[in-house]
Design a protein around this ligand. Structure first.
Ligand SMILES: [Zn+2]
Ligand SMILES: [Zn+2]
Length: 243
């Protein structure tokens, strides 16, 4: 298949997003690209995989609107699915309102087909199989596989230890892919994090009693935020990818 993207070397990563957009099951991002992004995410707050998955959803949304609102295959997929779910509809809205080169008419163009098909099929809402949810599952699968592989390396284990570590849901996914060494490292790492978190949560409660004058440490104050993302996954109320 020919893609109209041969502008410069800088566009190469974008090109692979497009490959995945059209044929996600056939395209694989490289381990080198993964570790490049991982290194950056390990220095940021919260679960690195939550961030990587979210960024890849944002890339998908932007690319879709920038290049593929005229693509018959995409139109068909959208019509069959009945459009995007609420969460991903909201993400697309933010992308259109915040990023360059994408406009409301792209959304109109895609959803014109969805609407027409619904009328044609006696108001069917489609299969309720959001294309972006499906893409997210594939991205998660790829990233958990790469991370499991990366964590077999002691140097990466060291870096990972000093990061915020994984949310429980991504921890479980990576464990399924990990070899013996990586699984042992990750299980110890996660259980250390939960034991520390447990102490912080207990101290937070104790020190908030009116008869305890001791001040909270920053870690104790932040522990209830941590436990929410650790068990629920991260929520982003702003875009991670900017122009
Ligand atoms: Zn996560
Ligand atoms: Zn969705």
């Amino acid at each position: 298949m020919n893609f109209p993207f041969h502008r410069s070397k800088r566009d190469q990563p974008e090109q692979s997003w497009i490959m995945r957009l059209l044929r996600p099951e056939a395209a694989r991002s490289s381990p080198a690209l993964f570790t490049y992004h991982l290194r950056e995410k390990l220095g940021l707050k919260g679960c690195p995989l939550c961030r990587m998955v979210r960024e890849s959803e944002e890339h998908w949304g932007w690319t879709l609107l920038y290049e593929f609102t005229g693509d018959p295959e995409i139109h068909e997929r959208f019509a069959r699915a009945g459009g995007l779910c609420a969460e991903h509809g909201e993400l697309i809205r933010r992308i259109v309102e915040s990023r360059q080169l994408v406009t409301p008419s792209g959304v109109a163009r895609l959803y014109e087909t969805v609407t027409r098909e619904s009328l044609h099929n006696h108001l069917s809402a489609g299969g309720q199989d959001c294309p972006l949810c499906r893409y997210r599952r594939q991205a998660e699968e790829r990233y958990t596989y790469f991370l499991a592989d990366t964590l077999a390396d002691p140097d990466w284990q060291e870096l990972f230890t000093h990061s915020d570590g994984l949310c429980m849901s991504h921890f479980e996914l990576v464990m399924k892919q990990a070899n013996h060494e990586a699984a042992e490292f990750l299980r110890n790492d996660q259980s250390r994090r939960l034991r520390e978190l447990l102490l912080l949560l207990q101290e937070l409660q104790r020190k908030q009693r009116y008869d305890v004058p001791e001040p909270l440490t920053p870690e104790e104050s932040a522990s209830w935020h941590e436990v929410l993302w650790r068990f629920g996954g991260m929520h982003f109320d702003h875009l991670l990818v900017h122009d």
